[in-house]
Design a protein around this ligand. Structure first.
Ligand SMILES: *Cc1c(COP(=O)(O)O)cnc(C)c1O
Length: 383
């Protein structure tokens, strides 16, 4: 039937997105102009955080996050093995050690219990922070992680790259949007085209802390600031106060981000409709990511688990359905294997990895295409 490729994810760029970019190209600013500030303001409002800092990608955002929290050589941070490598790499950029804790086998998220036992196996002060990930778009329970972090005096960075628009309802019956900074110190988002909001490349760091906000701004632009300028100084005055980077987002990308952001709620609704159809078709036949009560999954991905994963992957590919595997566990990548940190039991992550496969999930996926994907998955499972 199908000669058109159905990928696991793709961006949707419409006329308003294209017009916004063209208008910015015709304006006075290609970078560091009004669009960056507008995007930051709108993104912070959307997420419900006080501050947002736009960066050139989420990897840079994670790097600035750990630096703004003062992470340094020899420190230790806990994260999940089921994530993109960047969640762990930012810890290494600061010269610190990455310690992995296991996932929950049903939600695929970093397990609170596993983190707790890792923390309790070491003296207090051994670890500095935790980087949990809203994997596949399912929010991590940050209320629980915050109380655990407080017991051990740790900071929390929420890697929310999969989850703009996701939320959970906390014990005070408040909906907590991913990255809103109420429980985590910082939230990080990606605007890579396979994620919800496409800027080409791009990212955002959100926080409610003015202190962290100011550090992020400084480090994003070389560590350079004009804040100490005196009246008698020339307008060229600036100081470099810290060793920062050039991690800025451009106005061109921000213009695209603004129009994309405006459509995010609609996109997340569509993603949830697609998830609902998958679940109805697979219920009782194929295992899929559990959705705990009071959680709203932003569904960057729709992951299922099957016994012969490689077989299914190839079978779908023959039918022009290009699935993906999220992720090869980070602790098994050669770089991390060679470093060889003492690891906890990560058998849930390894077991998950042997079976996981991400099916097509994006707002422009057509009903007919999804039905074709479902039919092919079931056809394969039943043989
Ligand atoms: C995509 C992604 C990143 C990195 O995002 P970039 O914008 O490509 O740097 C980090 N963490 C997770 C969980 C991601 O999915």
């Amino acid at each position: 039937m199908n000669t058109k490729i159905i990928p696991y994810g793709r961006q949707s760029i419409e006329k308003d997105d294209i017009d916004a970019v063209i208008n910015t190209l015709k304006s006075d600013f290609l970078t560091q102009g009004p669009k960056v500030l507008e995007f930051e303001k709108k993104f912070a409002d959307y997420i419900g955080a006080k501050y947002a800092v736009a960066v050139n990608n989420a990897t840079s955002g994670l790097h600035l996050s750990v630096l703004s929290l003062g992470l340094s050589k020899g420190d230790r941070v806990i994260t999940t093995p089921i994530t993109f490598a960047a969640s762990a790499n930012c810890i290494r950029y600061a010269g610190a050690e990455v310690w992995f804790a296991d996932i929950n086998p049903n939600t695929y998220l970093l397990s609170l219990e596993s983190v707790r036992s890792l923390l309790e196996s070491k003296p207090k002060g051994f670890f500095k922070g935790i980087i949990p990930v809203d994997f596949a778009g399912l929010p991590i329970n940050l209320e629980d992680f915050r109380s655990l972090a407080n017991e051990h005096n740790l900071w929390l960075i929420e890697d929310a790259c999969h989850a703009p628009g996701g939320y959970f309802t906390d014990t005070k019956a408040v909906n907590q949007r991913c990255g809103n900074g109420n429980y985590a110190d910082l939230g990080v988002f990606s605007f890579h085209p396979v994620k919800h909001i496409a800027c080409g490349e791009g990212g955002m760091v959100t926080t409610n802390s003015e202190v962290l906000y100011n550090k992020l701004l400084l480090l994003r632009t070389h560590g350079i600031t004009k804040e100490n300028m005196q009246e008698n100084q020339g307008a060229w005055f600036y100081e470099m106060q810290a060793l920062g980077f050039n991690y800025r987002l451009t106005d061109i990308q921000s213009a695209l981000g603004i129009t994309q952001l405006a459509k995010n709620d609609k996109g997340v609704e569509k993603r949830n409709k697609i998830a609902k159809m998958y679940k109805q078709a697979f219920q009782g036949k194929v295992k899929f990511q559990e959705l705990p009560k009071k959680f709203y999954n932003a569904h960057h991905l729709f992951v299922i688990e099957v016994e012969n994963r490689k077989g299914l992957y190839e079978f779908l590919k023959e039918h022009h359905i290009f699935t993906q595997i999220h992720y090869i566990p980070v602790h098994t990548l050669p770089y991390y294997k060679e470093i060889g940190y003492e690891t906890a039991d990560l058998s849930n992550a390894e077991n998950y990895y042997s079976k996981c496969i991400s099916l097509p999930m994006y707002p422009t996926l057509k009903h007919k295409e999804q039905k074709f994907v479902i039919d092919k998955v079931l056809e394969y499972i039943n043989v």
